[in-house]
Design a protein around this ligand. Structure first.
Ligand code: ADP
Length: 450
């Protein structure tokens, strides 16, 4: 069966470059879209064609659905890949593509809607017998309801926005007074950030690891999983370093994670690539947390330990083809670590936009750099500060750490500040090296002597 002739990529930065590469290897032409300040960006140069879709403001360019659909129509693009962020989890966008007879490379609008409603997704999983973090039965509509639910669950609890994402809209509350104080502010925050004030409550679990499972599903309903990723190195609930496999995984734990992930995907009638996120506590209990209905930033760590190109699978599945491999053919080799390198001050994490005067990425065996940066490129203040994903693959975790240390040392980025020095500190920290950490590893990290 034939794949697409031409795909439009509704994104920018490293993920647009990553998708263009997959397309070209599949013999598919690519169309880049860009805002007028992004004219010199790498995705524009690498694509076969490029169309300016508006000014820097997101609402007028990368979030401008009519402009993107028109760009696809003008260029005869048969499909759109949304990447991550921007319109990737906007069910209206997926519907607009379908209505315009353009294939949306990703899950169904229904998948996106359910994934975007965390309280609903939790409810579905609970019904299917997948363990969820103890919490409220659905949303808590009033402060009184929130207080009642929290009392039943036991403090501390975490207030979460049903429509939340990217670590935003969450508040940990330790007692009734704090809950009463925070409830309305959290509602307001959720409303202004996500356009939806709905909140739900979960028990706040201490000393946890964030472990997620990559899944892929095709039109025939076949679902496979590509093992787990440990994303516990977080700052303000946002991932900074990811690795695969989870070092304390056992064949039993991996089997259970895989079974839950497939069951979750099946309950959602999931299509294309997605991630099922779990919490693993120190006694190895697993709890479902949420579904991410997109390709994720950290997908390369899974690609490097499995040898499977997830973006190519996404494209094939969107074209109606079956998954190109069987579950039993998935092999996990070695260990992989990814550092997200941001254009930020490494101490205070304040964005550091500006011109990169020198950019020399590391190389060598087992080193992959996914980036759209180059010497002379201007890091723009309007967009995400992620400028490179440095991914290394070693025979085991120890070798991966040595490789990461070497690669971080080699990486030259001049003209702006980056988080490379921060990653060097983490990689050399005894608790990181021993694997003995949880999601609080970075609390007070920069103040601590390392
Ligand atoms: P988002 O969609 O905003 O990323 P998640 O639900 O995925 O939100 O949670 C982000 C992070 O917050 C998790 O990786 C974990 O570190 C922390 N977290 C979420 N829920 C809990 C919980 N119930 N107990 C402890 N930590 C939690």
């Amino acid at each position: 069966m034939r794949l697409f002739k031409r795909i439009l990529i509704a994104n920018r930065g490293e993920i647009a470059v990553r998708i263009i590469r997959a397309c070209h290897e599949l013999g598919i032409e690519t169309v880049a879209v860009y805002s007028d300040v992004d004219r010199d960006s790498l995705h524009v140069r690498l694509a076969d064609e490029a169309i300016c879709i508006g000014p820097a403001e997101l609402s007028q360019s990368y979030l401008n659905i009519p402009a993107i659909i028109s760009a696809a129509e003008i260029t005869d693009s048969e499909a759109i890949h949304p990447g991550y962020g921007f319109l990737a989890e906007d069910a209206h966008f997926a519907e607009a593509c379908i209505a315009s007879k353009i294939t949306f490379i990703g899950p169904t609008p229904e998948n996106i809607r359910t994934g975007g409603d965390k309280a609903k997704a939790r409810h579905i999983m609970k019904k299917k017998g997948i363990p969820v973090v103890p919490g409220s039965d659905g949303p808590v509509e009033t402060e009184e309801e929130a207080l009642r639910a929290a009392k039943k669950i036991g403090y501390p609890v975490i207030l979460k926005a049903s429509a939340g994402g990217g670590g935003k809209g969450m508040r940990i509350v330790n007692n009734e007074d704090e809950l009463a104080q925070q409830y309305h502010t959290a509602q307001q925050e959720a409303l202004s950030a996500f356009g939806n004030a709905e909140l739900y409550i979960e028990k706040y679990l201490p000393e946890i690891r964030h472990v997620e499972v990559q899944i892929i599903a095709d039109d025939s309903g076949r679902i496979v999983h590509l093992g787990e990723r440990d994303c516990s190195i977080q700052r303000r609930h946002q991932k900074l370093i990811e690795e695969a496999p989870f070092i304390f995984s056992t064949s039993r734990l991996r089997k259970r994670l895989g079974e839950y992930a497939i069951k979750a995907a099946s309950a959602l009638k999931y299509r294309n690539a997605g991630t099922i996120e779990f919490i693993v506590d120190k006694d190895k209990n697993i709890y479902f947390m949420e579904v991410n209905t997109r390709i994720q930033v950290e997908h390369p760590v899974t690609e490097m330990i499995t040898g499977i190109d997830i973006i190519k699978e996404q494209i094939r599945i969107a074209a109606g083809q079956p998954i190109s491999f069987k579950q039993k053919e998935v092999r996990f080799t070695g260990h992989c670590i990814e550092c997200r390198i941001n254009a930020e001050d490494p101490e205070r994490f304040i964005p550091s936009p500006g011109r990169i005067t020198m950019f020399i990425p590391p190389g060598g065996q087992g080193v992959r750099v996914d980036t759209a940066a180059y010497s002379g490129w201007n890091v723009l203040p309007y967009y995400d500060s992620l400028i490179a994903k440095l991914v290394v693959h070693g025979g085991d975790r120890e070798e991966a750490i040595v490789k990461m240390r070497r690669a971080l040392r080699e990486f030259i980025i001049e003209g702006i500040k980056t988080t490379i020095p921060f990653h060097q500190k983490v990689i050399n920290h005894p608790d990181f090296i021993s694997g003995n950490f949880n999601t609080h590893f970075l609390d007070n990290f920069n103040e601590a002597s390392v």
